[in-house]
Design a protein around this ligand. Structure first.
Ligand SMILES: Cc1cc2nc3c(=O)[nH]c(=O)nc-3n(C[C@H](O)[C@H](O)[C@H](O)COP(=O)(O)O)c2cc1C
Length: 223
């Protein structure tokens, strides 16, 4: 069967659907659901969100230069959808969804959402007016991790949080693990060595191993 060629459009899926929290200088807070988001740099840690200027949140984020990306889970899927179809102009989404505002560690105006397993505190460094959406390029100032997902050895078990993804108009959770980073080139281990600590070791150049660790290590921000 051949492939159909469609006109240019957005077909990059799955994506995270995150709840972005923000605030204004008068003390009002809001949440907007965003799927047009992604990591763009490891060091300095940077990400972007793309927003339509007509969103209520747009002005808040532009005015303060701050926002928080809150990861979403199965338990938060209803709230995530709601925050993506109702405007903060008309409703208080924190109140309606019974979500808890919590003071961010490094930001003045944007609160974090307590119920989210990971809240990423961001400072805008550039706004790029692309077309329908303006891209807010931001530096990550702190990452707030829910201690519920820290295991006894101090490892952050993000994949125990039942994270949610958005794909082509539908929400899903991540049911089955298919592999781990670098498993395609990892040396086969014998049963004997498997029982030892080498079980999770990845046979990759040091440089790449470092890259993986930045993804899982405990944040350096002292509380
Ligand atoms: C799953 C989902 C993803 C969305 N992604 C974006 C996005 O990336 N950018 C955007 O501007 N709006 C996006 N929206 C729409 C806004 O979240 C929606 O218009 C919201 O009501 C705006 O809220 P506000 O007016 O309080 O800012 C998305 C909505 C949903 C449901």
């Amino acid at each position: 069967m051949s492939k159909q060629v469609w006109k240019p459009g957005n077909m990059l899926y799955p994506l995270p659907a995150v709840m972005v929290s923000c605030g204004d200088k008068e003390g009002n807070a809001n949440i907007v659901t965003i799927a047009w988001t992604g990591t763009v740099c490891t060091n300095p840690a940077m990400l972007y969100i793309s927003l339509r200027p007509e969103r209520h949140s747009y002005q808040m984020i532009k005015e303060t230069g701050e926002f928080v990306v809150n990861l979403t889970t199965k338990d938060l899927v209803y709230a995530t959808d709601y925050c993506g179809v109702r405007s903060g102009r008309d409703v208080d989404k924190f109140k309606e969804m019974k979500l808890t505002k919590q003071k961010a560690e490094k930001l003045m105006y944007a609160p974090i959402i307590k119920e989210s397993p990971v809240s990423i505190e961001c400072k805008v460094v550039e706004i790029k007016e692309l077309g329908t959406h303006h891209m807010f390029l931001a530096q990550v100032l702190a990452v707030d991790i829910d201690e519920r997902y820290m295991d006894k050895s101090g490892k952050f078990r993000l994949n125990s949080a039942d994270l949610m993804v958005y794909s082509h108009g539908e929400y899903f959770n991540l049911k089955e693990q298919l592999g781990t980073f670098g498993y395609s080139v990892r040396k086969k281990t014998t049963t004997k060595t498997k029982n030892k600590s080498s079980q999770n070791k990845v046979n990759l150049p040091k440089k790449e191993l470092k890259w993986i660790r930045t993804d899982t290590k405990k944040d350096s921000v002292k509380k």
